[in-house]
Design a protein around this ligand. Sequence first.
Ligand code: NAD
Ligand code: MG
Length: 371
Amino acid sequence: MGGAETVRVELGSRGYDILVGDGLLAQAGPLVKAATGGRAPIVVTDETVAGLHLATLERSLADAGIPTGPAIVLPAGEKTKDFAHLERLLDAILGRGIERSAALLALGGGVIGDITGFAAAVALRGIDFVQVPTTLLAQVDSSVGGKTGINTRQGKNLVGAFHQPKLVIADTAALDTLPRREVLAGYAEVVKYGLIRLPGFFDWLEENGARVVDGDGAARREAVTVSCRAKADIVGVDERESGDRALLNLGHTFGHALEAATGFGPRLLHGEAVSIGMVLAFELSVRLGLCPAADAARASTHLAAVGLPVRPTDVPGVDWDVDELVGHMAKDKKVRDGRITFILARRIGDAFTRRDVDSAVVRELLVEAVR
Ligand code: NAD
Ligand code: MG
């Protein structure tokens, strides 16, 4: 399989491999078969991905001697990550009379990965699952690390479980059908790893980011592999986010507030919000005297150069309300004892957490950012 890379997530008996390569969907059969102990998985996907990539995967599974039954096909989009679709999904899975040894396979973006992983976590108190992520965001982020779950009316990802997959297969060629805006949104999470702890990778992205976004196979494979290794390293030492895993939230506190204010809809994708949020986090670090202004400028310049929004005012047609943004930040899942945890940076590639940030400085920053 021409140049597939393997990244190991070291979690003892729950450890697993992430395979990254061009054309892996067509070669998934034997890999999945080994991961499921020879059983055909139940494939879960969404309508869009089913039309593009399901047949290739199914053929490969059948050729390996594990022909699957009909795939469970959910509607595409964030709205699918809810109780109603979880019930439908579990009903369909249990309706097939599965045993504890059954396995699910999630073929799709983060929505399919999260809801399928959660279904695997709770069906018969836990069955195996394999992730086959088909968005850049899912390949570099959501398919790795074992966070699964759904949204509720109170907010995003509020019901879920830690449940690690048995295997992750990231076919970078599957990204060729992904709309450019979705590629860019995933790319923001790629840049995040550089900004958190890989200054050399950030240098590389400055050189090669456009190739990653434009679809160069080798550049994509490198970006996905390095990103997965970065996340795997962090998850390997802090599976349940009691320490370093929080660094992965760089840009997410601001980003979450921006997403909440725009209704978690198509006006502002998660990765776009993270892009703006990371720039705000660097600017906050500069204001607090913790980071050179040149590093913040470099981060912002690169994100803007590939085509990501970097200021709230880059989002068309939104009238931002600072009080509302501050209100959303105070309700973030990561708030503890009323204090917001900020991920700040000393420089590019050196992020850290801070809980004693003066809220007046944050407000001032936002007031200037939205005008
Ligand atoms: P998504 O799953 O909705 O996919 C985005 C869109 O792309 C969908 O319309 C989908 O049908 C389409 N699509 C997927 N693959 C495609 C392909 N190859 N070609 C063409 N179209 C394709 O969204 P996403 O951005 O992948 O993931 C977002 C979700 O991930 C959110 O629910 C978020 O909460 C979750 N997430 C989870 C974690 C985690 O650790 N579990 C981390 C980050 C994000
Ligand atoms: Mg994210």
